[in-house]
Design a protein around this ligand. Structure first.
Ligand SMILES: *Cc1c(COP(=O)(O)O)cnc(C)c1O
Length: 400
């Protein structure tokens, strides 16, 4: 089933939990690593339906170990792994909300989440209202008698903004709302939303949690009763993680702490390099003093993450020229893997939005998003500098 923490080891560091939390005792055959339990079903032992050993019910040892490991990392009572980040997000929203309910959501959301809220939930008479996550004073006016929940993201895509997260928790408590947060961009190494009072913490484990760009997975962490409700719903929806993918996720998690700390450092260095360069007009990175919510990020987070975005003097042409001049990063969507990735959101991940919608979200056509990988930060810095130097003179000297 879902992992449930014993709560006895809260003193352990995340790097230790990432390697050991939830391990089977005794180790089967002395195995150092959790084996892949490639069996669909298990002998009956008189359990209730939802606890029968069966892959779809997330009851296999691979699921249980991961549930406990992720609960330990998120500092929550329980956690559940699922077949994708969207399985975690859609399953959690459908658990917390019923027909006729209303949810307050942050203004910029992951595309799949926004589409689910706009296209799917209205068919079940579940409505949402978009709020300005920086302006607490505007939220009360958006409440309805049917409002049940608030949904935010730790860091927005692609501008890496940080909502007034403490105010979200306080406001929700005041009004009896369940809080959900997508923590994918931060990972529990950089931020543990449950520690400041969020109820359900969601991760696309496809990204930093697995960290190797080779599986799709998701997790839901929170109070045991709420996580159990998400599990029971997914017993019916069927958004389960396959044991082989669970094995890979467990392997990926073991290095989460070292990977994320390295990516934090490397990203900080690259963001500073970009900000100081005359061909770069603006850099969005929460670790920079120039970031609008830098102070909040510094107070709440243990690290500023591997994601940043920036604009070049010279617009779309310069952005395209810069991206093709880079030799290390690949042009691709997604994030959080060992490979540095660069993408122009307006041409790829946010191409589904209209020009006005993108403008309202502050996503200019020339904005470049960068996911810092695990290559040497010296090599990445040299690659960035070389690509910037290769831009046409008129562009590079525009503000020099
Ligand atoms: C990728 C992503 C998701 C969706 O996760 P999948 O594993 O692709 O389903 C949700 N939220 C954020 C912030 C993401 O980056």
């Amino acid at each position: 089933m879902t992992g449930k923490r014993d709560g006895a080891r809260r003193d352990r560091a995340a790097s230790t939990d990432a390697v050991h939390a939830g391990e089977q005792e005794p180790r089967p055959e002395g195995a150092v690593v959790t084996p892949i339990y490639q069996t669909a079903n298990y002998e009956l032992r008189g359990e209730d339906y939802h606890d029968i050993g069966y892959i779809r019910l997330s009851t296999t040892p691979n699921h249980r170990v991961l549930g406990e490991r992720i609960a330990a990392l998120e500092r929550t009572e329980a956690a559940l792994v699922l077949g994708s980040g969207m399985a975690a997000i859609s399953g959690s929203l459908l658990t917390v909300l019923s027909s006729g309910d209303h949810v307050l959501v942050q203004d910029t959301l992951y595309g799949g989440t926004a589409a689910f809220l706009q296209q799917d939930l209205p068919r079940f008479r579940i409505e949402h209202t978009v709020i300005d996550p920086q302006d607490r004073s505007s939220w009360a006016a958006q409440l309805k008698p049917t409002t049940r929940a608030m949904y935010v993201e730790t860091l927005t895509n692609p501008l890496v903004q940080v909502a007034d997260l403490e105010a979200v928790v306080a406001f929700a408590r005041e009004h009896g709302l369940v809080t959900l947060i997508d923590n994918t961009f931060a990972s529990p190494i950089n931020f543990r939303p449950a520690e400041i009072g969020f109820d359900l913490v969601l991760e696309s484990c496809t990204k930093y949690m697995n960290g190797h760009s080779d599986i799709v997975a998701g997790s839901v962490a929170g109070p045991a009763d709420l996580v159990r409700r998400v599990k029971v719903l997914h017993d019916h929806l069927g958004g389960t993680l396959d044991p082989h993918a669970a094995f890979l996720l467990e392997r990926g998690l073991k290095t989460l702490s070292v990977r994320v700390r390295e990516q934090n450092q490397s990203a900080g260095r690259l963001a500073a390099l970009l900000e100081a360069h005359p061909a770069v007009s603006v850099v969005h990175y929460p670790g920079l003093a120039s970031h609008a919510q830098h102070e909040r990020a510094a107070r709440l987070f243990d690290g500023f993450g591997g994601m940043m975005s920036f604009e070049l003097e010279g617009g779309v042409d310069a952005a395209e020229a810069f991206m093709s001049a880079l030799t290390i990063p690949m042009v691709a969507a997604s994030l959080g893997g060992p490979e540095s990735l660069v993408v122009r959101p307006a041409a790829a991940i946010h191409a589904g939005l209209s020009a006005e919608e993108r403008a309202r979200a502050g996503i200019r056509d020339d904005l470049i998003r960068f996911s810092t990988g695990l290559e040497s930060s010296e090599d990445l810095a040299a690659d960035f500098a070389g690509a910037l130097a290769s831009l046409p003179r008129s562009v590079a000297s525009a503000t020099a």
